[in-house]
Design a protein around this ligand. Structure first.
Ligand code: FAD
Ligand code: MLT
Ligand code: ZN
Length: 535
């Protein structure tokens, strides 16, 4: 590992840059393991949502499933297109990724075509059978699993790529295609998906759209509200809404597809997707820097927009607690020799390596000369790029291995992001639940998408306790509202945040949302008990 001074000497001598080696020697980026995909279910007790969070009451206007209903569904999807009454096989569909929420569905349906989805919903609507659409089941707010006995409608059997326009980069696909599968398929054609997230190996593009997922490159490629060009949706009564436009510009009528982006399965099932995909960049660089304050994180971000501008494709941050959490659950441990209070991961993506290397080198040099960053490493090949990203993407999984975690994904003006974390730590200490050896809260961990003003605040605990929840909520949501923020920047509402929607939306807006829900789903069968406040 070179000292910072040596690095600066090398940097300022402007040696010929065939790669960005002057920043760091190859050995400086050590192997960061990818954490295992998911704990085996069998090793962990998961209690039912209704027992863990009392207060839910089953809506008795929903019919209870009968054997006759199952026989009818068999005529639609066949004997192999469903799972019925087999607790072992049903478990994974009833339980969320975090093992926090669990329902009691007796039936999972796995349609293979849009027409089958339509036939299923038509029947469910007539019979008043409640339904939960489910994609890859990686959602983090309990939206993808039943609360009671709702039928699970899994999209995993709808996984065909429908078409690709190699000139405009427009992809059409079934909603059940796995994000990473699409990205790899596009990669062979020189394109990529416009979004990327840690759950890419499991989440579906339909689930991404239903949650309006943001992810790691939103600052470069924008939100799904911009990149999704068309959708095919089956409405709760079985009507197929074919809006699979492949046009970039279309100003005719209300833009109905927008309503379903981020609707979390409450007004229809997304079955098909048309999405604009960018060219895969030829030159990608990833750098990791250690910083001493969040003030410096902001300075680095501001300057990255000036100096890296059009090639900047990600700007992520995490604090020392996040790194500690990662180390607790994964080895080997260190990427940089020294530890810092804050880290930033910067990615550039462009078409000319020499140009990008020079820009990044200038930027990094300025960061060090100005005293914003003290130390840093730059990945020198694909493997190292993946290693740095798996560190960033590993926090979610590491936290998932804690006995309990209160997860928040809030957005607000960037200067306020870390104040929120510090305030929460103090608030929990003042409340007597954090800071002592026997405190239920064991850590407060922060990371997030600085470029999007999006903080992931994670409160790890030895157990879920009502006095801890009562201290966090609605305190945090009030804090966020007072700073003109949103209580959910990307994970959505599900069952975790629906009752707090009023902190981000006005009574008039909520009333209008409820009106729209009632028009599209008058029987309320789609993903009940979630998304909108119950009162
Ligand atoms: P599911 O979890 O199955 O469902 C999510 C919601 O969408 C549910 O309400 C469900 O009913 C509904 N739904 C699913 N499919 C459909 C459909 N076809 N039609 C209608 N409704 C449907 N989110 C981010 O925004 N940014 C991140 O960076 C990010 N990183 C993550 C990293 C990890 C490790 C994990 C586990 C999650 C992460 N998430 C992130 C959460 C994110 O919401 C999901 O990963 C993803 O978008 C959900 O897709 P899914 O297919 O798993 O949907
Ligand atoms: C992330 O940015 O890593 C995801 O949104 C998941 C999380 O918040 O843990
Ligand atoms: Zn995120």
């Amino acid at each position: 590992m070179l000292s910072i001074a040596s690095r600066l000497r090398l940097l300022s001598s402007r040696v010929a840059l065939t790669s960005i080696k002057p920043i760091v020697q190859k050995s400086a980026v050590r192997t960061v393991p990818v954490l295992c995909a998911r704990r085996p279910y069998a090793t962990r007790e998961v209690s039912y949502t209704v027992d863990k969070f009392p207060g839910y009451i089953r809506n008795e206007s929903f019919k209870k499933l009968t054997d006759q209903d199952v026989d009818y569904f068999k005529t639609i999807v066949g004997d192999n297109g469903l799972i019925y009454d087999n607790q072992d096989d049903l478990f994974a569909f009833n339980t969320d990724w975090m093992h926090k929420f669990r329902g009691k569905s007796q039936l999972v349906l796995k349609p293979k075509t849009t027409q089958q989805v339509s036939d299923i919903l038509k029947y469910c609507n007539q019979q008043k059978l409640a339904v939960v659409p489910q994609g890859g089941n990686t959602g983090l707010v309990g939206g993808s699993v039943p609360v009671f006995d709702e039928v699970v409608l899994s999209l995993q059997g709808m996984n065909k790529i429908r078409g690709f326009d190699n000139v405009s980069g427009i992809l059409t696909a079934d909603a059940g295609c796995v994000l990473e599968v699409l990205d790899n398929w596009l990669g062979e054609k020189g394109y990529m998906m416009p979004l990327d997230l840690g759950a890419k190996g499991s989440c579906h593009i339909g689930g991404n759209i239903a949650t309006n997922a943001g992810g790691l490159r939103l600052l470069r490629y924008g939100s799904l509200h911009g990149t999704v060009l068309g959708l095919e949706v089956v409405l709760p009564d079985g009507t197929i809404l074919d809006n699979m436009s492949t046009l970039r510009k279309d100003n005719t009528g209300y833009d109905l597809k927008q309503l379903f982006i981020g609707s979390e399965g409450t007004i229809g099932v997304i079955t098909g997707v048309s999405i604009l995909t960018p060219h895969r960049s030829k030159a990608v660089n990833v750098a990791l820097l250690g910083l001493n304050s969040f003030e410096d994180v902001q300075k680095a971000f501001k300057q990255s927009r000036v100096e890296l501008s059009e090639i900047l494709s990600a700007f992520e941050f995490w604090d020392a607690n996040a790194l500690e959490m990662f180390k607790k659950h994964a080895t080997p441990k260190d990427v940089m020799e020294k530890e810092y209070p804050f880290y930033i991961l910067i990615e550039t993506s462009g078409s000319n390596k020499d140009h990008d290397d020079e820009k990044l080198t200038n930027y990094l040099e300025n960061m060090m000369v100005d005293g914003v960053a003290e130390d840093g490493v730059v990945a020198q090949d694909e493997t190292q790029i993946r290693e740095l990203w798996s560190l960033r993407e590993g926090f979610t999984e590491a936290l998932g291995k804690e006995p309990a975690v209160y997860k928040y994904d809030i957005s607000m003006p960037v200067p306020k992001l870390y104040e929120c974390v510090e305030d929460m730590r103090q608030h929990l200490r003042d409340g007597g639940v954090f800071g002592q050896p026997d405190s239920p809260v064991t850590d407060v961990v922060a990371y997030g998408h600085v470029g999007d003003g999006n903080l992931h605040l994670n409160i790890a605990a030895s157990r879920l306790e009502s006095r801890v929840s009562a201290l966090i909520e609605p305190y945090l949501f009030e804090w966020v509202a007072n700073h003109q923020g949103s209580i959910s920047a990307e994970h959505g509402l599900g069952v975790a945040k629906n009752e707090f929607l009023g902190y981000s939306k006005s009574p008039v807006m909520i009333k209008m949302m409820k009106t729209m829900k009632n028009i599209l789903d008058p029987n309320g069968i789609m993903n009940p008990y979630k998304y909108l406040p119950s009162h």
